[in-house]
Design a binder for this molecule. Sequence first.
Ligand SMILES: Nc1ncnc2c1ncn2[C@@H]1O[C@H](COP(=O)(O)OP(=O)(O)O)[C@@H](O)[C@H]1O
Ligand SMILES: [Mg+2]
Length: 258
Amino acid sequence: MKSQSIIEIKNLFYRYEKDTVLENINLSIPIGSFLAIVGPNGSGKSTLLKLILGLLKPQKGVIRLFGQEMSKFKNWQQIGYVSQKANSFNTGFPATVFEVVSSGLTKKLGLFRFFKKEHIEKVNEALDAVGMMKFSNRNIGELSGGQQQRVFIARALVSEPKLLILDEPTVGVDVENVNSFYHMLADLNKKRGITLLLVTHDIGTISDKVTHVACLNKHLHFHGETSEFEQHRSEGMSEFYGTDVHLLSHHHDHGGVF
Ligand SMILES: Nc1ncnc2c1ncn2[C@@H]1O[C@H](COP(=O)(O)OP(=O)(O)O)[C@@H](O)[C@H]1O
Ligand SMILES: [Mg+2]
């Protein structure tokens, strides 16, 4: 067993109805790494994350989390997740930043009210980690997209996960704030030792911060260290996604493999 891998995926296949979305995925994610998963729209990135989170069941293949097969894995509080839709928040929603982050803790601990001081400390620490302490009493709906996204990350961090999974977190972030947003993520990885798994389109912006890159388009076309990725990149992105990249929106072309 490779105890150094926080996630290990072997021979994974997934299809919705009859459309195969992921084919023979093999991926090993080292503890402490910062992995960017890139790929065109519809290439199966979100599906892969949902499989890792146990929200979908693969038709074929094995996923190990922290060295344990998924069916035996119990420590879900060790994994934080911020979904693609997290920041589509109703602006009128009557909750403060503090309350939103707290909700990440109540879900996990339930009895938090008996540990009030500890609870407040944990929330403050999570807010500090994403640079949002001074917004603690603000209404969530008053914040910018990027600030809201930081709050949702704090909500995921409050139960002190070892692995944080983020699906296109910068979609609602203003262009001028994307860099500092990624800088904050890199700090979570480097200073707090949290393993990060990030789905992103901004590979140009992020490549100096991630340790590994995976290029997905139904198949895993590339997976390796960032330096190796950069070396290949000068030869053109298209090779990372194989030749069928333009056919993907029409799909059906790889159906019926099972
Ligand atoms: N619930 C679903 N039912 C059927 N097809 C789906 C469902 N969710 C996603 N798909 C399809 O699976 C493919 C991969 O989707 P997704 O994993 O969301 O891609 P990405 O996140 O890379 O944009 C797309 O063709 C999408 O339309
Ligand atoms: Mg997606």
